[in-house]
Ligand binder design. Structure first.
Ligand SMILES: Nc1nc2c(c(=O)[nH]1)N[C@H]1C(S)=C(S)[C@@H](COP(=O)(O)O)O[C@H]1N2
Ligand SMILES: [Mo]
Length: 538
């Protein structure tokens, strides 16, 4: 604010209205933005969730006693009322002591962004709705307060030049015209303020409407009971070392990494879902949701990793999948002899190119409907996705899959291949150190070093660690679930002396490969290099 406006004569009511209208507009826009890009990060909902988490038990009890099951609605209404009061204060503050109103709105935005970012599973986009809301509110407030600035002298009807900016010295209004001009200005201001409120309401309604599909599909998903598995998979005893700080052997759905190009999570109703297998095939196959569920479904445990995972990164997870082998469906379609690739397509247009032979051999390449005992979560591909051991997700793990085109690598390319990534993505031998945890001091003496290693569909023969610049020493492997999953490892360092130390890890593949120390970034076919962690022993 370049000009400090001190005009107490303006009163406080209209500036308060400006504040309320601006914040209403911002809040509506925030809900709309959230509906589009980060549906679980609507500013109201995240602030409400944060308050629920922060509330002491007595407050929860009181709220439940007062409002019963309406306690959540009451909470949201309460947040709305508090917000409106703060908004009114911000309007008055801005009109008298600019930029304090803007500061107040910024603080509200930061609270919303903080609440959104601190939710479990919050993506990087989570703070955007609150940020956009705050910016929209500030722009609206600046606009409305300008409308409120005393009107310039009434102009003669054929205006020779545009009205001077209100920051110039306002000419004193002729006494006779004064009440009329003030009334007109006031009415016009209220029109603008009402417009801002209406726009905010429209945006909020738009957001609500946009999420109708997602709400409906969530309800459908919640009502699904998946059929019992014809074949089950179990995690063998001794596969999970249960070391504090070490990734659990099976990754809970809520902690499973999510990578996709979908700005809004596709809402696919299983009743409308259909898979089409076509292209270089003897006969086209289509499969409905009911037909898929009627097939004998099997459980399999497969680790999924992203090609963008940096060395030691967290874009990797392990789940118990329920699904049906893709090879059986391909056998029905009968690929022709010249076919060598399956281009899978999701409902939102994403594509992946998977070598045909990988989908035909005896590995557990499946159409998955279940993840860790539940229907697939929406963001992990509900109702149906692919899971293929041994390949990075970008060439195999199509979520919301609806189409399999049997084709050739020289005839079609997939989404990420068109953007510079390799057309094939066999997964690389990798290992990661989880413990000692990053930045945690460690007591001298016996120190546990632990992590995970994987080489899907090949298997891990061993893991070695190197402390400081010492020899490579064999770590102990936990029981492996199968070659298709990561395996935990640990090494007990008996004589850790005080000071700063570094530990490096390398995995040995079941095929004799030794994990390379040669560093390479993820592009075009996956990162290589050794994970290293430094820690302080005291
Ligand atoms: N429809 C669709 N499926 C997709 C993607 C995508 O962008 N869209 N990304 C792929 C990539 S790059 C990875 S690593 C995995 C990630 O699966 P997850 O989000 O369930 O962990 O999904 C794959 N399937
Ligand atoms: Mo990925």
């Amino acid at each position: 604010m370049l000009v400090e406006i001190r005009r107490p004569s303006r009163g406080w009511k209209l500036p308060a209205v400006a504040g309320v209208a601006s914040v209403a507009l911002g809040a509506g826009v925030g809900e709309l933005v959230a509906a589009v890009i980060a549906p679980t990060s609507g500013p109201f909902v995240v602030v409400g969730a944060m308050l629920i988490d922060l509330a002491p038990p007595w407050a929860k009890d009181t709220a439940i006693n007062l409002f019963g099951t309406g306690d959540k609605a009451a909470l949201l209404i309460g947040i709305g009322l508090v917000l409106l009061i703060i908004a009114a204060v911000a309007g008055v503050a801005e009109s008298r002591r600019s930029p304090w109103g803007m500061v107040i709105i910024t603080v509200i935005g930061v609270v919303g962004a903080f609440a959104a970012a601190s939710r479990a599973n919050a993506g990087m986009l989570a703070i955007v709705p609150s940020a956009v809301a705050a910016i929209a509110a500030m722009l609206a407030l600046a606009f409305l307060l300008r409308k409120l600035a005393p009107a310039p002298a009434p102009e003669p009807a054929p205006a020779p030049a545009p009205a001077p900016a209100p920051t110039t010295e306002p000419a004193p209004a002729p006494a006779a015209d004064a009440p009329t001009a003030a009334t007109v200005g006031r009415r016009r201001f209220l029109g603008w303020a009402g417009g801002a409120v209406a726009l905010g309401a429209l945006a909020a309604l738009g957001g609500y409407a946009l999420q109708a599909g997602a709400r409906a599909v969530t309800a459908v998903r919640d009502a699904i009971t998946l059929p019992k598995a014809a074949t089950t998979a179990t995690v063998p005893a001794g596969a999970d070392l249960a070391i504090d700080g070490l990734a659990p052997i099976v990754t809970p759905n809520a902690d499973f990494y999510r990578i996709d190009t979908a700005l809004a999570v596709p809402a696919v109703d299983p009743a409308d879902w259909k898979l089409r297998i076509h292209g270089l095939v003897g006969s086209e196959v289509t499969l409905t949701w009911d037909e898929l569920l009627a097939l004998p479904l099997g459980e399999s445990i497969t680790t999924l990793a992203c090609v963008s995972n940096e060395v030691g990164g967290s874009l990797i997870g392990n789940a118990v999948w329920l699904g049906y082998p893709i090879r059986e469906l391909l056998a029905r379609a009968g690929p022709t002899a010249d076919a060598d690739m399956v281009l899978s397509r999701s409902v939102d247009g994403f594509t992946a190119s998977t070598p045909l032979e990988v989908l035909q051999d005896d590995r557990n390449a499946i159409l998955a409907v279940g993840m860790n005992g539940e229907p697939l979560p929406a963001e992990h591909g509900f109702p149906v996705r692919m899971v293929v051991p041994g390949l990075y997700g970008y060439v195999s793990a199509t979520k919301w899959v609806v189409d399999l085109e049997v084709t050739r690598f020289d005839a079609a390319t997939a989404y990420w291949t068109d953007r510079g990534w390799s057309e094939r993505g066999p997964i690389k031998l990798q290992s990661r150190i989880d413990v000692p945890r990053h930045g945690r001091p460690v007591a001298a003496g016996s120190v546990t070093i632990a992590g995970v290693a994987s080489h899907q569909h090949v298997g891990i023969a061993g893991v070695e660690v190197q402390i400081d610049d010492g020899d490579w020493r064999a770590a102990e492997l936990a029981t492996a679930i199968s070659d298709d999953t990561w395996v935990q490892w640990h090494y007990e360092w008996a004589d850790a002396a005080a000071g700063s130390h570094s530990v490096r890890v390398r995995a040995l593949g079941a095929d004799g490969e030794v994990q390379t120390s040669r560093g390479q970034g993820p592009v075009p076919d996956g990162a290589t290099g050794l994970h290293e962690r430094t820690f302080e022993v005291s």
